[in-house]
Design a protein around this ligand. Structure first.
Ligand code: CA
Length: 232
């Protein structure tokens, strides 16, 4: 999962980046409205944290332009405390949620998780696939209740595939959602991470579709539907 933070307060931006990375996200930063607009317009983020008071171009204008161009990325706006008119303008421009400054990082993380889940059509904070269960709050994975220790990159890949369970995700798409912009991306490393993930969670969960990408699926569901087919 990859997140863009558009915030001109350098200190706050650094705090957000640190907290988000610790929570398992790849993070890009923009420090004014123009740069933020450009990144949100050209890069496929899973969510965007957008401050409203920004240099060059204000947050509401940025958001309005994204929505006008059909960008549906979930956006959480940051507003000045008690600025209700800002909040209203933000929602009218297409914000999905807001937080008033100052806020607790934990609340921001919880709201972001909920936004990303909702946009992927997932109702609960635990993403399941057969015996595999991934807790989006703690970033931990269990199989049949047993902990499976994963690295940060493995968590990002697994979380993305689980949020898009049942759909084929191309290697390019996966690359774009697990690395920050300044990271030296090499789509071959995705294959390496997938290989390591399979070793840890078992071979059956991540299916390779030659030339297309990867698909997360319950290994037992296939067997079940095969059995019911063969009974006909
Ligand atoms: Ca600001």
């Amino acid at each position: 999962m990859r997140v863009l933070v558009v915030e001109d307060d350098k200190r706050l931006s650094a705090q957000l980046k640190e907290a988000l990375e610790k929570a398992g996200y790849a993070v890009d930063q923009a420090f004014d409205g123009e740069e933020g607009h450009f990144l949100g317009d050209t890069e496929p983020y899973d969510a965007i944290v957008l401050d409203l008071g920004l240099p060059i171009k204000d947050g509401v204008s940025v958001l309005r332009e994204w929505r006008k161009a059909g960008r549906a990325t979930p956006v959480l706006i940051l507003t000045a405390r008690d600025a209700w008119s800002e909040k209203v303008a933000g929602f009218d421009a297409g914000a999905d949620d807001y937080l008033a400054k100052p806020f607790h990082l934990e609340e921001l993380l919880a709201r972001l998780r909920a936004l990303i889940r909702r946009s992927a059509g997932q109702a609960t904070s635990s993403l399941d696939c057969g015996e595999l269960s991934f807790d989006t709050r703690s970033g931990t994975c269990t199989i049949a209740g047993k902990d499976v220790p994963l690295t940060a990159h493995e968590v990002r890949i697994l979380a993305y595939l689980l949020h898009h369970k049942g759909r084929i995700v191309s290697r390019t798409e996966l690359t774009e959602h697990v690395y920050a912009q300044d990271f030296d991306r090499d789509s071959n490393t995705i294959e390496v991470f997938i290989g390591r993930l399979r070793k840890k969670i078992g071979e059956g969960f991540i299916h390779t579709h030659r030339g297309q990408g990867y698909r997360m699926a319950d290994p037992d569901a296939g067997a079940r539907s095969f059995n019911s087919e063969s009974l006909k």
